[in-house]
Design a protein around this ligand. Structure first.
Ligand code: TYM
Length: 339
């Protein structure tokens, strides 16, 4: 088994990233180490230049996101932790895969439509070819499993399509160049929604900081955000079916469930009939209690950028070694002459 996943170092790590992906990264790192498999986690800094950005902020965010991942439990001795830029094989393989990916496939990607909005002509070429780089990220390491939130599912399906077409076109059936990866999406936290709007996903790019809980928020800020979170005037139902059509209530109960490991049924058995005046402070306390140790560790780690750079450099060195055989196999399959 080989686990590979990435996160863009744009802005803070938020609760959606944590519950949708990072919590699973940590769990899978621990499970797979026991089996002798390998986990690779990276900062998708090359993806981050597909949108307008400030170079100084990007370099600082790369270090801060590294600190946040380590604070959440990614152990650089057990997982390979690095940033894409230091492993040029990602960009090289992307070019090779550009020959296999079809325009029609990329035209169907919902993220490109969402992020380019009405300004498609003004969007960067990198935003359009973004999913091909994402395919290279996982295919380069023969990833078998990719832990992500629901919003990345379409990109992972594309990675499978690219791998399959490349294998069909350029490899023999008994010696495929690429492994087809499976996404791992946590059912209870596939899509954590904004605290201000139950129909929009919690996101780094939301202009309102009140819409998300950052893993770097202190206890007072977390309490304030949860108390101000959009909800409705009804008490909580005592059965799961009663949450249907109540997007905000459903999201808040879902967060409580993902944070505590308690089932939604169990939570509603405890809070059914109670209003949000009682539920929100309880949810705030759960969040503060679970996030405080992460916050504390993060604040320690972010003081030392050179130690974080050393983690990334060491991870990149290991990643480059793992990446080379697949990259070479892809060059050879395409008939490209190497020295
Ligand atoms: P990114 O940086 O937007 O998000 C990182 C991870 O967090 C998950 N996530 C969520 N899960 C549940 N609810 C939410 N509200 C929420 N918001 C974010 C994302 O699904 C993701 O797993 N393109 C990717 C980064 C990437 C990548 C890869 C991932 C680049 N190459 C290869 C996997 C494999 C992205 O922008 O994620």
């Amino acid at each position: 088994m080989r686990i590979v996943s990435g996160i863009q170092p744009t802005g803070n790590l938020h609760l959606g990233n944590y519950l949708g992906a990072i919590k699973n990264w940590v769990k899978m790192q621990d499970d797979i180490a026991a089996e002798g498999g390998q986990s690779l986690y990276f900062l998708a800094d090359l993806h981050a230049i597909s949108m307008p950005h400030d170079p100084r902020t990007l370099s600082a965010n790369t270090r801060e996101m590294t600190a946040a991942l380590v604070a959440c439990g990614i152990d650089p001795d057990r997982s390979i932790l690095f940033n894409q830029t230091q492993v040029p094989q990602h960009a090289e393989l992307q070019w090779l895969l550009n020959g296999t990916a079809r325009m029609g496939w990329l035209n169907r990607m919902t993220q490109f439509k969402d992020k380019s909005g009405k300004n498609r002509e003004g969007a960067s070429v990198a935003l359009f070819t973004y999913p091909v780089l994402q395919a290279a990220d996982v295919l380069l390491y023969q990833a078998t499993h990719v832990p992500v939130g629901e919003d990345q599912k379409q990109h992972l399906e594309l990675a499978r399509d690219i791998a399959q077409k490349f294998n069909n076109d350029f490899a023999s059936e008994d010696a495929p160049v690429f492994t087809l990866p499976d996404p791992i999406i946590p059912p209870e936290a596939a899509r954590i929604m904004s605290l201000r709007d139950g129909s929009a996903k919690m996101s780094k790019s939301d202009p309102s900081d009140m819409a998300r809980i950052n893993l770097t928020d202190d206890a007072d800020t977390i309490m304030k955000k949860v108390k101000k979170a959009k909800s409705d005037a009804e008490p909580l139902p005592s059965e799961k079916a009663g949450l249907e059509g109540r997007a905000e209530a459903n999201n808040l109960v879902g967060i409580y469930s993902a944070m505590t490991g308690q089932s939604v049924e169990q939570i509603l058995a405890d809070f059914g009939g109670e209003g949000f005046g009682k539920f929100k402070p309880a949810l705030g306390e759960v969040l503060v209690e679970k996030l405080a140790p992460i916050n504390e560790r993060f604040n320690e780690l972010r003081k030392d950028y050179s130690a974080l750079d050393a983690i990334l450099a060491k991870g990149a060195e290991k990643a480059r070694t793992l990446a080379l055989p697949t990259l070479h196999a892809a060059y050879d399959a395409l008939g490209l002459v190497r020295g």
